[in-house]
Every structure is written in structure tokens, then in C-alpha cells.
Design a binder for this molecule. Sequence first.
Ligand SMILES: [Zn+2]
Length: 405
Amino acid sequence: MLHEALLAEARAISGDIVALRRAIHAEPELGLQTPKTRDKIRAALAHLPLEWREGPSTTGLVAILKGGAGAGKTVLLRGDMDALPMPEETGLDFASTTPGTMHACGHDAHVAMLAGAAEVLCRQREGLAGEVLFMFQPGEEGWHGARYMLDDGLLGGEGQERPLPDAAFALHVMPNAPHGQVGGRAGPLLAAADMLQIVVEGRGGHASMPHGTQDPIPVAAEIILALQTLVTRQFSAHDPVIVTIAQLEAGTTHNVIPDRATLRGTMRTLSTEHRARLQDSVRLLAVGIAGAHGLSAEVTVTEGFPVTICDARAVDFGERVTRELFGEDAFQRMADPIMGAEDFSYVLEKVPGAMFFLGFAPEGTDWTRCCGIHSTRMMLDEAVLPRGAALLAGLATRFLESGFA
Ligand SMILES: [Zn+2]
């Protein structure tokens, strides 16, 4: 199949892709329940020969395209659907009409590109052997939407009507990266992000008589500093770990020692081994330091998303498909992972695949000056949208033809 044809096909429907993106952008929804977004997707793709699946836990959708050339592999393409609880200050004429809610992470564009890919691939249906699963997923922004869809059996797996797909791909917009540039890396791409809370429990009293109290504040201070020592002394620099205490709560005034001090922060890791070990080490350290001073500490870890690990074969494959579609310079290997997190990681824990970043800075501008994701002024150059749709379609067609080879 000619891959230039995919880009031409995607460009031919760019009006539809942009319209869907703008409609979703204007009515952003949060969390696991995004019914308006679901309905827009269903309506936009209603004319296509797709089978639809929905699960009880979310408004997520899986659309299945059965190729017309017989059985074969199954490839999954994913786009997330939810927005962020933050105001929009772009001034766009299709800006959010829901106060305090904005598509600032580009998930509106992810949906639109995935819908575009569905349209393009349906037109190629007769030549495709195997199946394409289009995963429209809500609840990415901290809600574990991908895990719910997996648990609902929507992607297949043990005890389901179908096995899990053979490969999975997703794109993420990067508004402050060069126009149309695709980036990726083998191994860890994004970090695991776990929330940490430490409550140091002491006994308050008069600030002039600390010996009659159990002052939690110096103990909290010692824990904060010791956490940084723990990071460098217990963990290899070649498998980085970040612990940041970002919030410190204690006391009410200058002459009262409080009963307790509360620390909150984030722990980022790039391997499952370090993730588990860090949780244990932090607990041991906080409880030990508090105990050494005769106080106690309660450590609570709230697990966020796991590490996003890209399969090396899938990244090589994505690089080849990108170059075939857009030219030699279109793919950039990323030297380092990003310490943010992404719940496509749940899919990649079970299915070999990769996530790629796609640059959305306006052509010819200084992309370093563009607002990044999660900014109230984040904007995307919509001219890149058909590229994203073509890339998703190209990944699917090439994979069904020859796997990662
Ligand atoms: Zn995102």
C-alpha cells in the first residue's frame, strides 16, 4: 500500500478532523464519564463499518474494524478523551464553554486524529487482513481510565471473546515541539508517579519549653533532607528516582509547637523495581527518623500510573513508518524520558507497543516559545492533525501487513 496515499487521504478529510476537534474542545469533560464526547465520536463515525463496544465503568468506546482480506493480527490505536479542571485563556473562538474546564492536554486532538485514522482505514478495509481496535478512552488525567477499560474486558484478554491485541500505539501532542516532528524512545518514556504523604505525629506545647513536647517540625525537616540523601545513596544514578516534597503543613503561630506536621509530595521512577523499592525505603526512613526522636510517622503512598515502557521493536517500527510517510527528518529519537506520567502505561504493560509525541508548534515559529501542555494558553497548529491521523493509520496498516518487521 502506498503510504503517501494515507497522508493524502487524511488531508482530504482534514475538515472533518478539525471540526470534531473543535466541537470536543468547546465542550470539555472531566474524568471517567465523558458522555458528550462519546456521543460526538459515535456520531462522527456512525457511517463507518465499525463494531462498537462499551463497558460499565467508563464512557470509553472501542470500535472494531474487521479487515476485508481475512484473518490476521490485531492492532490497537488509542486516543484519550478527557480534559483538565482549569480555566482556558486561549481566546479561541471555539474555546471551552464550560467554566473551569479546558482541553489543555490536547486529548481533543487525540480523539480527532484517531477518528480520522478510523475513516482512512475504513476506506482501505478491503485490503486489510486482521483487525484494528480504536480505543477512545476517558479518565487519563489521574483517573486510571485505561485500567478500567482493560478490567472491563474491552480490549480482550483472558476470559474475553478475543485475545489482547498484538500491538498498541498512541500519539500525544507536543505543542512546544517542532511542527510535525515525531519523537519516541525505546524503554521508559514516561515515569511512574506515586503520591506520598507523611504525617509526623508528636505532642505540641509552648514553644519556649520544647523539652516538654514532642516537636514534629525538626523531625519533618530531617525527613525532608534525608529523603534526598536516600535518593542518591540507595538508588543508581542510571535508573533515576525523584522524590519531591511539595507541600509542608504544620503549626498555627510563632509560639505554639503543633501536634503534627504533614508532608506531601510526588515520587517518580522509571522502573518497576525502583518503584516498589522506593515506596519501602521511604516508609522505613520516615518511620525510623521519627522513632529515633520518640515520635511516630504514618506514611501513605497513593499509587498513580505505572512506568510507560515502549517496546524497542515497536519504536524502531514507528520510526520506519514515520520516515516512510513524512521523510527522513521526521523522526527524532528522544535522549531522555519525561518524568510526567501517562495511563497508556497500563496498556503497554500487557501489549507490546509504543507512544509517540507529535510536534504541534506552528510551522516556521520558534517552537520553544509555545505554551506547553497543561497551560491555560496551550494551542495547537491544526495543520498537523491530518499527519497524526495518517501516522496512526500507517502504523496500523504496516503492522497488519508485516508485524514489527
Ligand atoms: Zn495528555
